[in-house]
Design a protein around this ligand. Sequence first.
Ligand SMILES: *Cc1c(COP(=O)(O)O)cnc(C)c1O
Length: 377
Amino acid sequence: MSGFVFSEKPIQIEEGDGSLLYDDSGTEYLDFGASYACVPLGHGHEAVHDAVTEQFEKLTYVQASYPNASRTALYDLLADTAPGDVDYTWLCNSGTEANEAALKFARAATGNSKIVATMQGFHGRTMGALATTWKSKYKKPYEPLMGDVEFVPYGDSEAMADAIDDETAAVIVEPVQGEGGINPGTREFLQTARVETATSGAALIFDEVQTGMGRTGTLWASEWADVVPDMITAAKGLGNGFPVGATLCREWIADNYGSHASTFSGGPVISAAAGATVSTIVEEEIPTHAREVGDYMIGELEAAVGDQVRDVRGEGLMIGVEVGRGANRALKELAITHNVLALPAGRTVVRFLPPLTVTEEEVDQVVDATAEVVGDE
Ligand SMILES: *Cc1c(COP(=O)(O)O)cnc(C)c1O
């Protein structure tokens, strides 16, 4: 018997602590991918451990139609910390589900079907979210997908404005594209989407599955962009490793969402994990730390390898190094020779999404390793 979707790497990970992972023979690795940005507070964080253990002992699961203090506290916390009047929450289990719900809610609330998405964008792999994802390799084998999606070049304000009309149900956009190569959006581009959707009556969805939870230097990248969207989707870091997604909405969406549900929405244990994660990030001002250490890492990378690579770019601790000869060779050498685990973003970008709690010393180790790997090219 064997799993078949993920190609397994030749390192068997068995333990984790903070920014570190350990394989089955006790070898230590710096986890600078945070396992797809899923552990913003690092592995085995005490506050999350305690909240989950306490809730598990009281009640593991009850359906979401019964109020439960753990879930209610999470709803309140998300409403308090989300920008503006984005006060309503739908809880699910993953990023693609959060986006799938957002697309459905937008269609129901507007009565329109057209979705505007961006080139190089990534929104997940279920049939609806996949239709708004750019890369044809992910889509081709499964077509036909949900129709009525128009793609505009990421960052092109004029094309964005032209694509939005009174038939548009929603614009879905990442404030910083992750999977597509770490492409930071400009405030102007994101604000154009806001103004045009507000004028036409369409919903603006910020996909913050990767940018959320403080990664770009504010709890939500929406704050950095100075935009209050109609919906914000979150997942990856939301439960510090526990599977949870959220679609946050304004009232006009929540009042007209149609008919949607999921068996495992907002279980008490998952809600406790997310509640502890978000409150720790806010109370310990983790986004500010992410901004400072992120700026430091970008500066150090530019100084160390700036001349040898095509580009170093990012926001906060969402950082990409575009290498000349393909990211996979560099990633393999980082892992095998330097015990640094990172991620690809497309074919040419090495992507760093470390826990937001990383230290400058840990950053120094990764910058030195990157310099050696790039120097070998
Ligand atoms: C990872 C990701 C998703 C998909 O999330 P899953 O939990 O893998 O379904 C959607 N949008 C963005 C921006 C992502 O980075």
